[in-house]
Write a protein that binds this ligand. Structure first.
Ligand code: SF4
Ligand code: SF4
Ligand code: SF4
Ligand code: FES
Length: 517
């Protein structure tokens, strides 16, 4: 046994133990990308660095052995910066999208690629559940949304964007016409009350998601029916009143109550603020009442914190047109969902930070040479149009159109360590960005895994695992110096290279480079 210090705390370790493991056993997390327990190791990622207190040197903890008298600082500003720089260097050569461009662009941040995959398989009910996680009124939005997501769709570079909006509409309409439309189960009653002023898209979305989080929600509107601008500014042909009505009823079925024909003036606003645990102001365009409610104002509207929509340190939150003029229904609907996160944090006495989005690797446009690579996971064919637009797609058309989706999102976006650490250390993907980028390729021959070399960080874990299994070809480093790539030697396919170790390699790969299909 040897004795050493980690962050001024004395610990004992077996002589020769890997320093990184000793630090972890002492209860301190150390990030690592290229380290594989019980396997031969060579240092490459440098995200595991720590500081030697005596010399001030920054050293990779995976390659050091615990020694008598060592004095280690596992984290300070310098260590943090060194880890961040190591991640930025990895990101500089990394070409991939964590979330698909359509999802990043959607103001409600809907998981469009997942919806498309489910629709393509005919799993309509599951697709609806994915949609409703982010969009409270899918059938309504499926008719009136200007679909900024379609403008960002990668398929547009190849031929035409995926008809995302009509696909979402199909999911919503199919469910709505069921005898018992799907209702998510709300969280247990929190005992907290929220008043939402305004029954337009922002207020409806805020109320729906807050009700699902277990809070009692009352929506108050001066009009005789809910819907706000959706009733006033959209014509019957575009958005039939019964579609809006049915989706509002579903919001009611989630536990939201409505008080209509009630004008909220300054006095009533202050009463609502007093009688409820939180108030969400979601009044629509032209409702100037807020001006007299003692809320801080500037030229465009109420002053609220940008991410949480909270007014100062009060229990009042503001979204939609009272905040700033907003033309797109999807944008205010997205705000309604976002504010539900900050109100929920507030009601649970947590720091009110708003919805949190993880780091997203992005690489810009596809180049023509990459079209064929992306089409490997999709179907050729032009964008479908419904025969009569007002009727939307048929079931068969939905499956066909959804199958055109290119699967631009990364398969490993929930577990990828490059993403999680880049997020935790605030890494900037552009810091060491070079003019040229690697081309995206997708090796799809294997029936269990897919390999995307442009996402590989050359950690060598797959090489060590395939060596262990003695796969005939395995994975290896090909080339030298900066040109080195990881792949199957002699131009063989991944199906040949990963005969025995495929799933273990996919699970151990620290990025989404090799992932389960
Ligand atoms: S490999 Fe990781 S960082 Fe790269 S695109 Fe996938 S999830 Fe994002
Ligand atoms: S092809 Fe599919 S995943 Fe890619 S951007 Fe378009 S809808 Fe999104
Ligand atoms: S493909 Fe292999 S070398 Fe590349 S990141 Fe994954 S495990 Fe590491
Ligand atoms: S260099 Fe230590 S884990 Fe990669």
């Amino acid at each position: 046994m040897v004795k050493l210090k980690i962050d001024n705390k004395e610990v004992k370790a077996a002589e020769g133990a890997v320093l990184m493991e000793v630090i972890r056993e002492s209860g301190t997390e150390v990030p690592s990308m290229c380290y594989l327990e019980n396997a031969e190791h060579f240092t490459s990622c440098m995200v595991c660095v720590v500081k030697d207190r005596k010399t001030g040197k920054i050293l990779p903890s995976c390659s050091l052995q615990a020694e008598e008298g060592m004095d280690i600082i596992s984290m300070d500003d310098e260590v943090r910066e060194a880890r961040k720089t190591a991640l930025e260097l990895l990101l500089s050569e990394h070409v991939g999208d964590c979330e698909a461009p359509c999802q990043v662009t959607c103001p409600a941040h809907m998981d469009i690629p997942l919806m498309n995959r489910l629709l393509a398989q005919g799993k309509f009910a599951e697709a609806l559940q994915v949609v409703k996680k982010d969009i409270a009124l899918p059938s309504v939005l499926g008719r009136i949304c200007s679909a900024p997501c379609e403008g960002a769709c990668r398929r547009k570079s190849i031929d035409e964007s995926i008809s995302i909006c009509l696909l979402k509409r199909f999911a919503g309409d199919t469910d709505m016409n069921e005898e018992e439309p799907w209702q998510p189960t709300p969280a247990p009653d929190s005992g907290k009350r929220v008043a939402i002023i305004g029954a337009g898209p922002a207020g409806l979305a805020a109320a729906y998601y807050l009700a699902l989080k277990g809070h009692q929600c009352q929506v108050i509107d001066r009009n005789g029916k809910a819907g706000g601008s959706l009733c006033k500014e959209v014509d019957e042909e575009e958005l039939p009143a019964d579609v809006l009505q049915k989706e509002i009823e579903m919001i009611g079925a989630a536990g939201v109550t409505f008080t209509l024909n009630r004008e909220v003036d300054a006095k009533i606003f202050h009463e609502l603020a007093k009688d409820n645990d939180a108030v969400v102001v979601a009044v629509g365009k032209g409702e100037s009442g807020v001006a007299g409610w003692d809320l801080p104002m500037h030229a465009r509207g109420v002053v609220a914190e940008g991410k949480s929509y909270r007014v100062g340190d009060t229990s009042v939150f503001v979204v939609g047109s009272a905040l700033r003029p907003a033309k797109l229904a999807i944008r205010v609907l997205g705000q309604g969902k976002e504010v539900s996160f900050s109100v929920d944090q507030f009601l649970r006495n947590e720091p009110v930070t708003g919805e949190r989005f993880l780091f997203n690797s992005r690489f810009g446009k596809l180049v023509p040479a990459e079209y064929a690579e992306y089409l490997k996971e999709s179907k050729e064919g032009e964008r479908l149009e419904p025969e009569v637009r007002a009727q939307g797609f048929t079931k068969e058309q939905v499956m066909e159109e959804a199958a055109r989706c290119l699967h631009c999102d990364c398969r490993d976006l929930q577990n990828c360590r490059l993403r999680l650490y880049s997020d935790a250390y605030g890494a900037d993907q552009k810091r060491f960005k070079s003019e040229e980028r690697l081309a995206c390729t997708k090796q799809v021959q294997h029936d269990q895994v897919i390999y995307e070399p442009s996402k590989c960080i050359k950690c060598g874990i797959c090489v060590r695992i395939t060596e262990k299994y003695k796969d005939a070809f395995g994975f290896t480093f090909i080339g030298r110096g900066f040109e080195v790539v990881v792949g199957v030697p002699f131009g063989e396919s991944t199906a040949e290279g990963l005969k025995k170790a495929a799933l273990e390699v996919a699970d151990a790969c620290p990025t989404g480079a090799i992932s389960r299909k």
